[in-house]
Write a protein that binds this ligand. Structure first.
Ligand code: PLP
Length: 405
């Protein structure tokens, strides 16, 4: 018998499929709102000017070679990355109790964090992780891959197209003590709905009372508000409260380094001695998985984070991206409410944050947009704001209006 005859055919990745359909479409006004990557006003990928500059510095650096990085990655990169998310004056860094490991972007950080938990976290019975409903689809697969069962917690309220804070708090209260909760640090994917600072404080209070573990995923620092510190607020607040946590960090979006796979996992521990033991085990896990992380992207980000001039330039580039997205939110809101008088309340478009927005339209309406309007979006009504620009936003608004009318 043929060796692989029992291997079932897996369904194609739905986003991948959507992109393929968009590419094959010959309609001139087609719009791709499925894309999870930044596009400029001409719908083109954007190489950040600061990344261009850093690339040319690296190219001319005669001291660099292609030797292996250490198992835990480029130390200048991981230490600067920790300061970026936790804050330069973070007690967790000063006290030497933060372990930082370079990973294969945010996905790799999620995987390594999940793998570490699967080996060493003292679960109450079956290993489980609580994931927001909905969440980035890959979270389910990443945790399942290491034998941790995903469980949903209430997060999004379709009635308000906003946060279901009561449901969230109830889930935190109902979960057994020391449960693991995955939290989106900012710019929640796919909804664009983030807790306010006051709401985060309420969430943190219950997490502390129930001794839960916070597994932060931070894929969009700077991308939400345009301000790196503001977007790190929740993580820093949790650290200040002394809550046990780890953070998965990606530089795919905020540095436009998608394909370079630059990321880090930061585990904040109780003390330095614990951190050393955690680090030793993360090194063992990393060794068997990838041996050593890739060097190029880490060198680029290290240069940008450690050089004050480049760092300032990067912050401006981030504002360019976040600013354009915020502009698109405002313009879409204006078109729907003031020009088209589309039925319903569209305030969520401007209240949501980051690359993605839950429009609140039904799967049927989403399908109609794809099939009749050549506007490509996922069935859950999520749109990528980065796919909108000054040339296509009017067309999109009027097509959206049509399916809603
Ligand atoms: N986590 C979330 C919530 C994301 O949306 C993404 C990317 O879409 C990632 C993690 C990881 O992305 P990457 O592996 O490209 O850094």
């Amino acid at each position: 018998a043929e060796l692989w005859q029992d291997v079932p055919l897996a369904p194609p990745d739905s986003i991948f499929q959507l992109t393929a359909a968009y590419k094959a479409d010959t309609f001139p006004q087609k719009v791709n709102l499925g894309v999870g990557a930044y596009r400029d006003d001409n719908n083109k990928p954007w190489i950040l000017p600061v990344v261009k500059k850093a690339t040319s510095i690296l190219l001319n650096d005669e001291t660099l070679d292609h030797e292996y990085l250490p198992i835990t990655g480029l130390a200048d990169f991981t230490s600067a990355a920790a300061k970026l998310i936790l804050g330069a004056d973070s007690p967790a860094i000063k006290e030497g109790r933060t372990v930082s490991v370079q990973t294969i972007s945010g996905t790799g950080a999620n995987h390594l964090g999940a793998l570490f938990l699967s080996r060493f976290y003292k679960f109450n019975g079956t290993p489980k992780v609580y994931l927001s409903n909905p969440t980035w689809a890959n979270h389910h697969a990443i945790f399942r891959n290491v034998g941790i069962e995903p469980v949903d917690y209430a997060y999004y309220d379709p009635k308000t197209i906003g946060l279901d804070l009561n449901g969230f708090i109830e889930a935190l209260n109902n979960a057994p003590e020391r449960s693991v909760f995955l939290l989106h640090a900012c710019a929640h994917n796919p909804t664009g709905v983030d807790p306010t600072q006051e709401q985060w404080k309420e969430i943190a209070k219950v997490i502390a009372a129930k001794k839960h573990y916070s597994f932060f995923d931070c894929a969009y620092q700077g991308f939400a508000s345009g301000d790196l510190d503001k977007d790190a607020w929740a993580v820093r607040y949790f650290v200040a409260q002394g809550l046990p946590l780890l953070v998965c960090q990606s530089f795919a979006k905020n540095a436009g380094l998608y394909g370079e796979r630059v990321g880090a996992l930061h585990v904040v521990s109780a003390d330095q001695e614990t951190a050393n033991r955690v680090k030793s085990q993360l090194s063992v896990l990393q060794r068997s998985e990838i041996s050593n992380p890739p060097s190029h992207g880490a060198r680029l980000v290290s240069l940008i984070l450690n050089n004050p001039e480049l760092f300032e330039e990067w912050k401006r580039d981030i504002q360019t991206m976040a600013g354009r997205i915020i502009e698109m939110r405002k313009e879409l809101h204006r078109l729907l409410t003031e020009e088209l008088h589309t039925p319903g309340n569209w305030d969520h478009i401007v209240n949501q944050i980051g690359m993605f927005s839950f429009t609140g339209i039904s799967p049927k309406q989403s399908k109609e947009l794809v099939e009749k309007s050549h506007v490509y979006l996922t069935g859950n009504g999520r749109i990528s704001m980065a796919g909108l620009n000054s040339k296509n936003i009017r067309y999109f608004a009027s097509e959206l209006d049509k399916v809603v009318q």
